[in-house]
Design a protein around this ligand. Sequence first.
Ligand SMILES: [Zn+2]
Length: 374
Amino acid sequence: MSANRRYGLVIAVAAALIGVAYLLTTCVAPRSFKAAKQPRQGQALGGRLAVIFSERYQIDLPGVQWFHPFDTRKYAKIYLKLNTDGLVRPETVFVPPEATPTQIGRVHTESYLASLKSARAVARYLEAPILASLPASVVDSGVLRPHRYATGGTILAARLAMKYGVAINLAGGFHHAKPDSGEGFCVYNDIAIAIRTLQDEGRIGRALVVDLDVHQGNGTAECFAGEESVFTFSMHQRNIYPIPKSESDLDIELDAGTDDATFLAILRKNLPNVIQRSRPDIVFLQAGCDTLKGDPLAGLMMTQEGIVQRDALVIDECVRRRIPVVMTLGGGYTRRSWAVQYASIRRTIETHGLSDRHPHPRRKATVKEKLYTK
Ligand SMILES: [Zn+2]
């Protein structure tokens, strides 16, 4: 066989293998994944902590992940790892319904929601130009619907936090979405929609948003501008997106290079005051982990351990004060970001949701699960 033919054969075999792996990971979902599809109740871990996830959170457009910094499988990877490590089982996870137009309409304007019928507009909000060339119906079912399920997840998390104490939505934190526009990968402001929904139902009066993503929660700030019942607190890096920034009730700007010790000291100093000033019936934590050293979209220097401690500071303080708390995931753009958030969620579950040991045996990931979390 000539060198050229041999080379061609190697390329063909490699392409076939990649094709099979691709089909396995995209078309054939792991069983534990399929079990989280239909909206249903789960079981609060230890009667105190609810985990919310839906298979429908997945952005369902093959190939989009290659054109966008967001890891579209982040949510599923965390869910699968929680399963294989014995922290949850599919039946213990709460599966949300899609957020309804009424719920979404409590925050976003009619004209903005009408603009989502244009694929070009959605492509702009999500900073994914490739979407502009697709039919609007495909963009709606493949991208917007997953965002509506994630928003439904934050609403359900809020209800469950009121009931059990702590709730973690394995998605959400779309804090750049404003009442009349989307930006920065965010279309629906899930936290604002959850707050408005619970307020309208008379379940809460006051709420506090603690936004620790490296980017300012400008959308959330605008959703509640001039609103006395909702306090918005954002700690973020100065001189990066969004520019200009909006005005939260409390903004703390951090320099590039801020490390764990500095970040945690500032948070520790401000959090009790913020809780006292806002007197919340519920707290929403936007736990974006793009504060991690090496994140391509920012310049802070936090470590995984620092981010775990950061989330613990907020969640443990709420639990200590018996204030319901919801965790949403927000941003994070390194290959390791999902694992950093997994570590934080695991600590939260082990601290607040379990007694002394894991409720389920650890098990080996199946081949499909391994491929999925790769
Ligand atoms: Zn961010």
